[in-house]
Ligand binder design. Structure first.
Ligand SMILES: NCC(=O)CCC(=O)O
Ligand SMILES: [Mg+2]
Length: 324
């Protein structure tokens, strides 16, 4: 005799929705957006169908549409020409630079939008690395000064959340101090705490043309084999003042998301990265996977693992579906 029949709780849509443990909403999304110089121009990222690089005027329209769909949070990434890049990523803290001007213009037009930034040298670095390069090495402590300047310029331009993505040691404490010393105690920090040296970033580097000019990022980004190390990274970022701890990528690292969410009482977020987006788009274009259902299952799994917010290129598509 079968007394326990779990199928009873799946017998109708009504009961299934009653026992549902995880519910995905538009509030969960942070939409990463790519910004380029110029006017009235947008170009699709070849390896990310449906995702565009926008000039600021068109980006404004895109943000307006997203706000109408209920997406409240955005993370901006700049794509710069080589003429704007140097070994010290100087353009990254230029108050008149593309990025800072975009932040303040967006804030002015849409004060309700939550703007998250990217702090790392790579979009502005002629070396394509996240830190200062000397004799082929990435120099940690001197890089902190550059990151501090970037974070401060972004805070001055109106950023709500600073997102250090560089994986230098000590940068959260350093940035927190710079922000606080300058009166930006209310500006939050979402730390890319467990950022892995992953092959899933390929399409993003196409989008920003920011691939490293030599070597790889394994001396600062984490080894995909490690999870205990993620606890150390997260603990340091927590102690240094991070408001959110992020895991990146998401889908191959659901165990890391879960481990951090069980061990820390501040929000854990996850970055559903470009390669994860591209994989589904490629399969869907071939008719091998059903786009909408697979997308929702991916996003749901990231939330189920313990993420309270998800940076995802699917944000707009998923918001349209959720609205139906
Ligand atoms: N610092 C931001 C990223 O590296 C994003 C990676 C991706 O979407 O692949
Ligand atoms: Mg760290």
């Amino acid at each position: 005799m079968l007394t326990r029949r779990p199928r009873r709780n799946r017998k109708s849509e009504g009961i299934r929705s009653m026992v549902k443990e995880t519910i995905l909403t538009v509030d969960d999304f942070i939409f990463p957006l790519f910004l380029i110089e110029g006017e009235n121009h947008k170009e699709e990222v070849v390896s990310m169908p449906g995702i565009y690089r926008y000039t600021l005027d068109l980006l404004m329209n895109e943000i307006g549409e997203c706000l109408d769909l209920g997406i409240k949070s955005f993370c901006l990434f700049p794509s710069l020409g080589d003429d704007k890049k140097d070994s010290m990523a100087t353009e990254g803290h230029n108050p008149e630079g593309l990025y800072q001007v975009a932040l303040s213009s967006i804030k002015e037009k849409y004060p309700e939008a939550v703007l998250m930034t990217d702090v790392a040298m790579d979009p502005y670095s002629s070396d394509g690395h996240d830190g200062i390069v000397r004799d082929g090495e990435i120099i940690n402590d001197e890089t902190l000064e550059v990151l501090g300047k970037m974070a401060l310029a972004q805070a001055k331009a109106g950023a709500d959340i600073i997102g250090p993505s560089d994986m230098m040691d000590g940068r959260i404490g350093y940035i927190r101090e710079v922000l606080d010393d300058n009166g930006y105690t209310d500006v939050s920090i979402m730390s890319y705490s467990a950022k892995y040296a992953s092959a899933f970033y390929g399409p993003f580097r196409d989008a920003l043309d920011s691939a490293p000019k030599f070597g790889d990022k394994k001396t600062y980004q984490m080894d995909p084999a490690n999870v205990k190390e993620a606890l150390i990274e997260a603990e340091l970022d927590f102690v240094e003042g991070a408001d959110f701890l992020m895991v990146k990528p998401a889908l191959s690292y659901l165990d890391v998301i879960k481990t951090l969410s069980e061990n820390f009482d501040i929000p854990i977020t996850a970055y559903n990265v470009s390669g994860e987006y591209a994989m589904l788009k490629a399969a869907a274009q071939n008719g091998w996977l059903e786009n909408d259902k697979t997308m929702m299952e991916m996003l749901l799994s990231i939330k189920r693992a313990g993420a309270s917010a998800i940076l995802t290129y699917f944000a707009k598509e998923a918001a349209v579906l959720l609205k139906k």
